[in-house]
Design a protein around this ligand. Structure first.
Ligand SMILES: Cc1ncc(COP(=O)(O)OP(=O)(O)O)c(N)n1
Ligand SMILES: Cc1ncsc1CCOP(=O)(O)O
Ligand SMILES: [Mg+2]
Length: 228
């Protein structure tokens, strides 16, 4: 094993949204999530022109790195490289893990969508994915048609030995169930980023508290330098 990657800390994975977070509110909203304890942030923007995405992603790199938290770019590993982000999240149609790794380097964090499939997860792991994302688990306003998964898939995926992310309709009310089933990170859009910065910060604190209460490794792996 090489150096431990920063995603070995369990916790909230905050994902941005263009509707909930217009350009002028993007950075303050993410800073609020970071104050509340988010351990990973993803810039997810499927609609804005390239120049806007470049500017916003660069601003988020600064905000996240000021807080010591990695920034992941959704879909676009070229953009990740350009702005000096820490990694990329790839869906099944978004390109190869190996290609992203070749461009971004060994230390880059590459996450892969596995829906509800252990076979997809095994393939992602053998291609070098750093975390495996399952979901959607609940009703999602952000991506209503994403394939459905049941929490038990997280329990079965524990044996794959990679950090597991749960996504899709996650809220402070249903997050504990997913952590108890095996999630190391809760990836959240709507259940985090609706409302004011104060509300976002408070919600992020509540998610963080869920990990402190329900994640088996939380106290150990949150200590700097500790092994998971
Ligand atoms: C952490 C995390 N998990 C899953 C996804 C979904 O990725 P994908 O299937 O490629 O869908 P889009 O987000 O690109 O619409 C994600 N972004 N992040
Ligand atoms: C990108 C994505 N992939 C599966 S569900 C989802 C949307 C997550 O957003 P929300 O937390 O608002 O359901
Ligand atoms: Mg994608």
């Amino acid at each position: 094993m090489g150096t431990l990657k920063p995603i070995s800390r369990p916790g909230l994975y905050a994902i941005t949204d263009t509707i909930l977070m217009p350009a002028d509110r993007l950075v303050p909203a993410v800073e609020a999530a970071l104050r509340g304890g988010a351990v990973l942030v993803q810039y997810r923007d499927k609609t804005s022109p390239h120049t806007d995405r470049l500017r916003q992603a660069s601003a988020l790199v600064s905000a996240c790195h000021n807080a010591g938290v990695p920034l992941i770019i959704n879909d676009d590993y070229e953009l990740a490289r350009r702005v000096g982000a820490d990694g990329v999240h790839l869906g099944q149609e978004d390109g190869a893990v190996t290609e992203a790794r070749a461009l971004l380097g060994e230390q880059a964090i590459v996450g892969v969508t596995c829906h509800a499939s252990l076979d997809l997860a095994r393939t992602a792991r053998s291609n070098g994915a750093d975390y495996l994302a399952f979901g959607r688990f609940y009703t999602s306003g952000t991506k209503p048609d994403a394939p459905k998964a049941a929490p038990e898939v997280l329990t079965r995926a524990r044996s794959l030995g990679r950090p597991l992310t749960a996504i899709g309709g996650v809220t402070t009310d249903n997050g504990a169930e997913l952590i108890r089933a095996g999630a190391d990170m809760l990836a959240v859009v709507g259940g985090l980023f609706s409302g004011t910065p104060d509300q976002i910060e408070q919600r992020a604190r509540t998610f963080t508290q869920l990990f402190a209460t329900h994640h088996p490794l939380y106290p150990i792996s949150s200590k700097p330098g500790a092994q998971p």
